[in-house]
Design a protein around this ligand. Structure first.
Ligand code: RM4
Ligand code: MN
Ligand code: MN
Length: 432
């Protein structure tokens, strides 16, 4: 008797048969159009197949806001069930082979066993994430007034040790990076001594840095506000860059798209960090107002494209040691998290492939000849090209679904999980 429902590969193949003829026709047509522009479609399809983005373990549960959380049916109740859902996302879209864990939310009893469980689903572990923005059940001292920058040395020590534990777990899981995002900051003017708080941050992160295995990277994640509403210690990329430089060559700056003030030119921040050799990678999501954690590409798809345009430019330029880590970091409050994560992954591959369509020579000439209209239309030509057929064929060739959303819904996966995962998991307020 099978107790854990899985989508069969033959079911995916059967669903693909229904859409295959139309997709092939679209693909052939697009191939012809691209050839006119001197682009070989197969190159783009291989690039689409090579693209990968990590899924956050906390993204497969329904998120919430400060006001409420409305759980969906069949939510994963533990890390094993979360990995099952991550496995399903991977099976359908094929571009999400890695999972990023948050400790203590996903602290494994047996990290070796967890690694094996993931491997059996074709998954591996991406960056570890520490959590010193909440008080955990087994924790002695509170982070209410800070963690790595807390005025009390003993609290800072506790936060440092938590980060060391994350690295330790990550070693067993085969992870190669550790992300530090802290909520430390002040809610009122005068609450914090700005310079002293940053000094403490550096002093604490230095101890974390020193514990890194030699082949690991440390990712420092900035965010302008929330939970602190007046001042945040690591509030912007400049502060993050300063700290990464102070720490050393294994420290980099992570860009979460939601962690900037509205209208900030994020693609330019990306270019700066590439130029300074300090771009760690991304937490992809989208937002209208702040750290809304909406689905990637849902509000500002052109911005997403422009970010990929910088990344592809660096890739094609052969920028040394250019190796950005891609991850989704979203909170799904009103959608099925599996559907959101699948469709977000698809949007990232779209931005990546479209960026490869930019005629770099024409763009460079337009820049040199001070022709902003030609520069913009060159970008727009790539951005407005519908590459959906390339994405679909790339998924199909890798054994995934031509239409992941329709295939997921037709499989009855969520309904099956709703009956398998009966236990009440609560309606707590919060991000997860
Ligand atoms: C933060 C930040 C971190 C994420 C937490 C849950 O705003 O984006 O990366 O781990 O939320
Ligand atoms: Mn993030
Ligand atoms: Mn965030």
């Amino acid at each position: 008797m099978q107790t854990h429902f899985e989508i069969d590969d033959w079911f995916i193949a059967e669903q693909n048969m229904k859409a295959k003829a139309w997709v092939d026709e679209d693909y052939e047509h697009l191939a012809k159009k691209l050839r006119r522009r001197g682009v070989e479609i197969e190159d783009l399809t291989s690039r689409a197949q090579a693209f990968s983005v990590a899924v956050p373990s906390w993204g497969v549960g329904t998120g919430g806001t400060r006001f409420a959380r409305f759980p969906g049916p069949g939510e994963p109740r533990d890390i094993y069930e979360k990995l099952e859902d991550c496995g399903t996302i991977f099976q359908l879209v094929r571009s999400t082979p890695a999972v990023s864990l948050h400790i203590p939310w996903d602290r494994p009893d047996d990290a070796r066993e967890l690694r094996k469980f993931a491997q059996e689903r074709g998954l591996h572990f991406d960056a570890m994430n520490s959590n010193t923005f909440q008080d955990g059940a087994e924790q002695k001292l509170s982070y209410k007034f800070g963690s790595l920058t807390h005025p009390d040395r003993i609290v800072r020590q506790q936060a440092i040790e938590h980060n060391l534990e994350c690295i330790d777990i990550g070693r067993t899981l085969g992870s190669k990076s550790h992300t530090v995002w802290i909520g430390d900051g002040g809610n009122f003017p005068g609450q914090l001594h700005f310079r002293r708080a940053l000094e403490r941050y550096l002093e604490s992160t230095r101890q974390i840095y020193e514990a890194l295995p030699p082949d690991w990277r440390l990712f420092l994640e900035h965010k302008l506000y929330e939970p602190a509403f007046y001042s945040t210690v690591i509030n912007d990329w400049g502060t993050s860059y300063y700290c990464a430089r102070e720490l050393g060559p294994q420290a980099f700056c992570l860009v979460d798209l939601g962690h900037h003030a509205p209208n900030v030119n994020i693609e330019m921040i990306v270019a700066r960090l590439i130029q300074f050799g300090k771009l760690a990678g991304f937490h992809f999501n989208d937002s209208k107002y702040g750290d809304d954690d909406l689905d990637a590409g849902s509000i500002k798809p052109f911005q997403l494209f422009l970010i990929f345009n910088e990344l592809v430019d660096a890739e094609l330029n052969g920028v040394p040691d250019f190796n950005p880590a891609y991850m989704l970091d979203q909170s799904h409050n009103v959608t099925d998290p599996i559907e959101s994560l699948m469709m977000s992954a698809v949007e990232l591959v779209r931005g990546y492939v479209q960026s490869h369509l930019v005629d770099r020579q024409v763009l460079a000439d337009a820049q040199e000849k001070c022709d902003p209209m030609l520069a913009l239309t060159t970008l727009k030509e790539a951005f407005t090209t519908d590459v959906s057929a390339i994405l679909a064929i790339a998924r199909e060739r890798a054994g995934g679904a031509i239409d992941p959303l329709q295939t997921f819904r037709a499989s009855g996966y969520r309904e099956q999980k709703a009956s398998e995962r009966q236990a009440e998991i609560g309606t707590l307020v919060g991000i997860v």
